[in-house]
Design a protein around this ligand. Structure first.
Ligand code: FE
Ligand code: CA
Length: 515
C-alpha cells in the first residue's frame, strides 16, 4: 500500500460485513443530500500540504446531527483514491484508512509519494457510497512559484451567509488559512439564519455544532477546493479562555469542556493525525513551507496562555484595563504563547528558510491601545495584554535573518493594515507588517471605537469596521499584494464580494502602501 496510514489505521475487517454497521435512521434535515442519506454529507477536506504529501479528511455520518452520526460504534474501513485528473481516471495513489468510531468516524489520512507543486483530486468510498471529489495540491520546491492564499476568521453561523467563501473559491487560491473562531460555542447578536442548539458543553454538543456549520454548502465547497491551514482562537472552546482558565467556571469543569472541544475540532478539521489530542493537549503550532518562497508559522494563542486578569486572579477572561493600573502587564513571566511555543518561535524565526515569514495567529498583534499618555486604555485579550512577550518577538523580528515577517491576525472583526514597531514607537523603523483579517460573518465593534484606535495609532495605516469579508494575498519574491475583500450583504449567500482596498508590501519593506 503506497499510502502512509496513521496509527491504528490498519484495516482488519473484511468488506463483507459492512452493511451490518449501518443503523437505519430517519434522514435528518441537516443531511443535505437528496434521496437516501449520504454517508459523506459533511463533505471532504484537505490540509497541511508538503512537497510530497497532504492530509485528506472526511467524516462518515448518516445522520450528522446525532452524537453517533447515525452509525454503529464500530470502526469502518474507508477507501481513499488520489488521481492526477478531475475525472479520477489517472490514479496515482490508493489505499484504505479507518474511520474510528471513537473519533466520530473521522478520517485523517496522510497521502505521501506525491509530486511537488501539483494539483490532485481525491475521493473516499465507504459503506457502498462514494464521496464527492475534492481537489488539493502539494507545495513547490523553490521560490519561483507565486503563492495565492485566502485568509479567513470569525464565522458565526447565525450572523450571516458565507458569500466570502464563494468568492474565495472563485479566486482559486493555493491555500486557505483560517485564523480561528471557526465555530462559536454559543450564540449572540441578531440571527440571519437559525442554529437551534444550546451553547456547547459536551463532546456531542460540539460535534453537533460542527455539523451545523458544515451544513453550509459554500463552506463545504471551500474545503473541497484547496488545502487549508488552521489555527484556533477562543470560540472553538469558550469565549476568552486562557490556557486552563475559564472566566465562567472552575478549572476542572473547564478542562473537561476544553478536552471535548479540542476533540471535536480535530474530528472535523483536515489536521495531521499527529495533532490528535492525547494525554497532552494537541500541538497545533508549527510551520508549513510553500517552497522557499514563504513559510507559514502557525501559532496557538490559547492553549498555553497565562491569565489575562490584571489582579492576578486565577481566571481567564479579557478585561478592559489602563496601562498604569494593571500590574500583570508589567510581569515579565506572563506569557501569551507559553514558554515552549515562544522559545520554538524565537528559534525558528531567524532560520532563513524562506523569503517571507508569514505568521498566522489569532488575535491582534500591533498595539491598539487608545490614548497617548502613560495612561492608555486597552483590552487584555489581545497581545496588548502581553506587552513584554510581544516586545521579545518584535526584537527577534528586527534580526536581519528574519526575512520579511508579516503577521496575520483575526478575532476582532475589523480589517487593519499595520506596521510593527519596537517599544511602541511608530516613528521608528518598522520591523514587520500586520494584516488583521475582518470577519467572514461575525458583527464588528462600533465604528467609533475603531476611529479612536486609528486616531491614537499612526502605525494603523488602514482600518475598516464596515464590512465582513476576508483577506487575500498573492506574493512572489519581490512583493506581496494584499486585498481587503468585502461582502456587500452578509445576509445573502449570493451577495457580491468586492475589493475594498489593496496594499503592496515590497520585500525588505515593512510598511503596507495602498496600491
Ligand atoms: Fe471572533
Ligand atoms: Ca476570538
Amino acid at each position: 500500500m503506497s499510502m502512509t496510514l496513521t496509527r491504528r489505521q490498519l484495516v482488519a475487517s473484511a468488506a463483507g460485513s459492512l452493511s451490518a454497521l449501518m443503523v437505519p435512521v430517519a434522514v435528518h434535515a441537516n443531511n443535505l443530500g437528496s434521496g437516501p442519506a449520504s454517508v459523506f454529507s459533511l463533505g471532504v477536506a484537505s490540509g497541511y500540504p508538503q512537497r510530497h504529501s497532504v492530509v485528506l479528511w472526511t467524516r462518515l455520518a448518516m445522520a450528522p446531527s446525532r452524537p453517533d452520526g447515525g452509525l454503529m460504534p464500530a470502526d469502518v474501513p474507508v477507501r481513499v483514491v488520489v488521481a492526477s485528473d478531475r475525472a479520477m481516471r489517472n490514479i496515482v495513489r490508493s489505499g484504505y484508512a479507518v474511520a474510528e468510531s471513537e473519533w466520530a468516524h473521522s478520517v485523517h489520512v496522510e497521502v505521501d509519494g506525491l509530486q511537488p507543486n501539483r494539483w490532485y483530486w481525491y475521493q473516499f468510498e465507504a459503506l457502498g457510497q462514494h464521496s464527492e471529489v475534492g481537489r488539493t495540491r502539494t507545495m513547490p520546491v523553490d521560490d519561483q512559484v507565486p503563492m495565492r492564499a485566502g485568509i479567513a476568521s470569525c464565522q458565526l453561523f447565525e450572523a450571516g451567509h458565507y458569500a466570502a467563501y464563494r468568492q474565495m473559491v472563485d479566486d482559486d487560491p493555493d491555500l486557505i488559512v483560517h485564523l480561528g473562531d471557526y465555530i462559536y460555542e454559543g450564540t449572540f447578536g441578531d440571527a440571519v439564519r437559525s442554529l437551534p442548539i444550546e451553547s456547547s458543553q459536551t463532546l456531542s454538543d460540539y460535534r453537533e455544532r460542527y455539523t451545523w456549520y458544515r451544513s453550509d454548502p459554500l463552506l463545504r465547497r471551500a474545503h473541497a477546493h484547496c488545502p487549508w491551514l488552521l489555527v484556533w482562537d477562543d470560540h472553538e472552546v469558550e469565549n476568552d479562555y486562557a490556557g486552563d482558565l475559564s472566566r465562567y467556571t472552575d478549572r476542572r469543569s473547564f478542562l473537561r469542556r476544553r478536552a471535548a472541544a479540542y476533540q471535536a475540532y480535530y474530528e472535523h478539521m483536515p489536521l495531521p493525525a499527529a495533532m490528535r489530542p492525547g494525554k497532552q493537549g494537541p500541538r497545533i503550532y508549527g510551520e508549513s513551507h510553500f517552497g522557499t518562497l514563504a513559510r507559514w508559522l502557525l501559532l496557538d494563542g490559547r492553549q498555553y496562555r497565562h491569565s489575562m486578569r490584571c489582579d492576578g486572579s486565577d481566571s481567564g477572561g479579557g478585561q478592559p484595563a489602563y496601562t498604569d493600573s494593571c500590574q500583570a502587564l508589567h510581569d515579565p513571566e506572563r506569557s501569551f504563547l507559553g514558554y515552549s511555543q515562544r522559545d520554538w518561535l524565537l528559534r525558528q524565526m531567524p532560520r532563513r528558510s524562506a523569503q517571507w515569514n508569514l505568521i498566522a495567529q489569532p488575535t491582534v498583534f500591533a498595539p491598539t491601545m487608545i490614548g497617548r499618555s502613560a495612561r492608555q486604555w486597552l483590552h487584555t485579550d489581545s497581545w496588548d495584554g502581553y506587552p513584554i512577550e510581544r516586545e521579545r518577538i518584535l526584537t527577534a523580528m528586527a534580526d536581519p535573518d528574519v526575512t520579511n515577517p508579516v503577521v496575520f491576525s483575526g478575532d476582532v472583526h475589523v480589517f487593519y493594515a499595520n506596521s510593527l514597531h519596537r517599544f511602541d514607537r511608530p516613528d521608528s523603523t518598522p520591523v514587520g507588517a500586520e494584516f488583521v483579517c475582518g470577519a467572514i460573518t461575525t458583527p464588528p465593534p462600533s465604528e467609533r471605537y475603531v476611529r479612536m484606535v486609528r486616531a491614537a495609532r499612526s502605525s494603523v495605516r488602514y482600518a475598516n469596521a464596515d464590512s465582513r469579508g476576508y483577506v487575500r494575498i498573492s506574493l512572489n519574491r519581490e512583493r506581496m499584494l494584499t486585498d481587503i475583500m468585502g461582502v456587500t450583504d452578509v445576509r445573502r449567500a449570493d451577495s457580491p464580494v468586492r475589493r475594498l482596498a489593496r496594499f503592496v508590501l515590497e520585500s525588505g519593506q515593512s510598511v503596507p502602501h495602498p496600491a
